[in-house]
Design a protein around this ligand. Sequence first.
Ligand code: ASP
Length: 324
Amino acid sequence: MSKKRIFVIHTGGTISMEEDKQSGAVKPSSTNPMRSFDHLLDESAAIFSAEPFHLPSPHITPKEMLELKNLIEQTYKERPFDGVVITHGTDTLEETAYFLDLTLETNVPVVVTGAMRSSNEIGADGLYNLISAVRAASCDDARGKGVLVVLNDEIHSADNVTKTHTSNISTFQSPQYGPIGIITKRKVIFHHEPAIQQKLLVTTVSKKVALIKAYAGMDSYLLSALKELQYDGVVIEALGQGNLPPAAVSAVKELINQNIPVVLVSRCFNGIVQDIYGYEGGGKQLKELGVIFSNGLNGQKARLKLLIALSSANAPANLEKVFE
Ligand code: ASP
């Protein structure tokens, strides 16, 4: 059987950094250490690679995410491949994975991976995760499953996975649902089918969308300021099932009256928001005001979805449909 052709895209992050043994600082090295392992990857697949940028993931913006989408589509036209692996910093990895999941129209497996320990640290997990990601991207069962995130022997879907720990190598988890597959020494095994993800066309990402977390005693000032600051939309990580402190409600009204969409997610990391409560600031009042209730996405992913929908040519005019 011929080897699968896998396009590996390096973007930076801890996986391609080194620890300075003098200062203890982890930082990018002059050459990406992961690129010296292509010969190891070549045992399981035929690899070709690119490094469009080399950034710690807190420096990644939706512009780089769009650049990755365009790079994958363009490269496929010129040099068709069987799978894609992206190495990425873990801090915003779930956002890039979700952006690509929402916007890439392909059945080819796209797998995002990273590392919690830099390349010269004891117990470095980068090379191991990279090899696992290449194995997953080479697997026929991975086709048509949307963008996948592979670290620490687990396969997660882009819409559910989130970084849950600051330093532990098992940081990536899918709260409520769990991973959709596992990687063992001999096999790549999928045990769940991910839900079909809707696709949105994207050519620009210039809209301004804020993400604001609700808290006990929250007032209206920050939310109100978004109008003056010319934001195009806001996602609020609301309390519980989708409630806000009463003092924040007047700003929500003002934003909606100005046609600035307000999307609600929960600051709880399990469950979905619903219009249950009938008190001042409760979900029922927010729904009547025109707040859009999201479907279980976390705040950072709902923010990306709103940003893309506001710039997209094929998003339904009724934004509620996008978040159903
Ligand atoms: N701060 C790093 C980054 O996101 C962490 C990592 O790569 O894991 O680039």
